[in-house]
Design a protein around this ligand. Sequence first.
Ligand SMILES: [Zn+2]
Length: 453
Amino acid sequence: MSRPASRSPLWGPTLAVLLGLIGGLVLVGIALRNERFAGATGTGLAIRINGVDERMARDVLLPTVGWVLQIALPPDLPIATRESLVVTLRAERTGAMIEIADQLVSHDDFATLVIPESLGLYTGLLSIRATLTDEEDHELVAYRRVRIRSWLGGPPIGSRQIIHFDFTIDRDDDGRPDFERDLERFGLATPERPELARIVAERIAERALARVRRAYDAPDDPNRTGAARDPVFIRFVLEADPGPFVTRICVGGGNIENPDSVGNVRFDLRNQRKSSKECEREATAGLFPAELTIYRESDLYADVLGPFLTARGGATLGTRAADEERLSARGAGSPGDSESANDRRAEIDRAISFVGDVLGTVMAHESAHALGLVPPGRPGVGLFGGGEKDGDAYAHNVDASGERPTEAWLMNAGRSFILEDLAGLGEVGELRFRPLNYAYLKDRIVMIDDRRP
Ligand SMILES: [Zn+2]
């Protein structure tokens, strides 16, 4: 469009100067307000989505329902100021405004809302504005735009998904689960006492399953919903019938094709298959606990399993006269028992807990591959997972700049972990899903199928 010819030639520069002045005034204004807000300096107000930091969440697409909006408040505000919070959502397409402050749940320095269906969000751009007003009528404002998308064919996880960890696989046809034979590698079973191997196997499987469930029902509230619990709605079981929503992951046997690999479960982008069998006879898919012996040089391994490894002067579980009794009597020893009996019992309990926790961590990681973690690419399409050309980083976490994350997260590349990480004894304790991974598992993020025409 051409400009009116009658316009004064001074108009352009004047406008530029004027805009510059306004810009300067606005900047100064905000700076002053921030400095003085609620009598404190350096305060900040931020809008966060799904507990994911701004850098990683910049381009995420959100469903119409179920994602988590968090207003991070400046710390130590007077109650009256906290209560002044006003949050409005504005649909850019229609201009419709919703005020949601009365629905927010406050916890710590966050005000949170898990977006309910009743809010009736539409697809398109949504502006979020949060305002706090202190007693001197100074305002603190945060603003953010997010994009709401429809599901495009249903959520990737849904609520009917089942992961079946099958510890009974018998690839070598000896009539016994391969996992029971695997335990011999750790000194936790002897071929002479198969009935004891079965007890150890059951106890480890239970312990490992509990670890998996903790990963998917994280006690630290990764998406900061403020709720006491925020579990992923997937059932993890040791027994299940086949079905369209059942993924069966076999646990046990040697990994012939990739020795030194503890787990090999196919990455299922967007959980499209919803059911699969990670149980192939030729042992290319599944979990292979026997390969945990790759950690045998580690101090932790020697410390926990040494008492059962003959090569380290230990005695295989089941070869000592009272092992059976000690195996079935869990927990603290009885006062009447000798010190050595109690020691052996404690060693057995510790070894079972250790192998169960390590295996459970690997099971949590591998099952997440079957559910679609970590999709390669940036949000919108992926969740900062490495691509096929990225070697170990394929289907594993990378950070927003494509580097390996500095923190040990559950979906980092397997080879980046030391045994302590897998046992939950490393720097960060039990490995967990990073918030972006968890948001995906909770169906709080929409991904576009970029292969569609
Ligand atoms: Zn992996």
